[in-house]
Design a protein. Sequence first.
Length: 280
Amino acid sequence: MRTWFITGGTPGGFGMAYADAALDLGDNVVLTARRPHLLDDWAARHGDRVLAYPLDVTDARQIHEAVRAAEKRFGRIDVLVNNAGRGWYGSVEGTPDSDVRNSFELNFFSVTQMLRAVLPGMRERGSGWIINMSSVAGLRSVPGFGYYSAAKYAIEGLTDALRHEVAPFGIKVMAVEPGAFRTHAYASFADEAVSETVDAYLPLIESVRSSMIKQNGHQPGDPHRGVRAVVDAMNSVTPPRRIVLGADGYAAVQEQLTDMAAELRAFEAASRSADFLRRS
């Protein structure tokens, strides 16, 4: 029996879907949220197998307290799912500095703090799983979400390095890149005013906001089916380094990689010409 520690446990999202999947496997679950009272009914249904715990992942002190509480309750953390995060929209030039910093605090730096809190125990035991929830936006940047995309690109780079660093300790690492999934991620945009500071980009940002509001509730991805795909990948003989979720996400990433490969080949001569000339 394993213990899963999952951040971002808002009902209706990926965090809850991971928790339900772990329980179906017979495992224990620590599910965290900034508003844990929203998890009361869910926790009551599962009794001693779950711990719903308050956590603001941007607070390092709270992270260490939550990890200690999880280890006290279940003895260990076997699977860490870094799921907490959200998007801020705005242009690269005109997003307020506070939004830029808040985006990276939540979407990137909180992940590094969670890793540093959980990895010592995994290293000591010689086993563990790290699931870092990235995004298709971490492989193909989205206009109007430049800083969110940048944070997810950073998660991709961090995850690639981490995978190699912890492999000798028996720890496995996977990045997960969902496309558009029917969570509550888009719901907040309707109540969130545009804070763009450069008027020239307002038409773009207003269009992005309207698109997100229109898509809310109609996204094609099913979080529970997506999580089942991740769990199946974890249990495969050779788990993938990353897995893209959703047909729309798959198509977007495939197009991105095809374009990158074509451009790389087109400029191969220029790339190779940058080395020092070899002397005969």
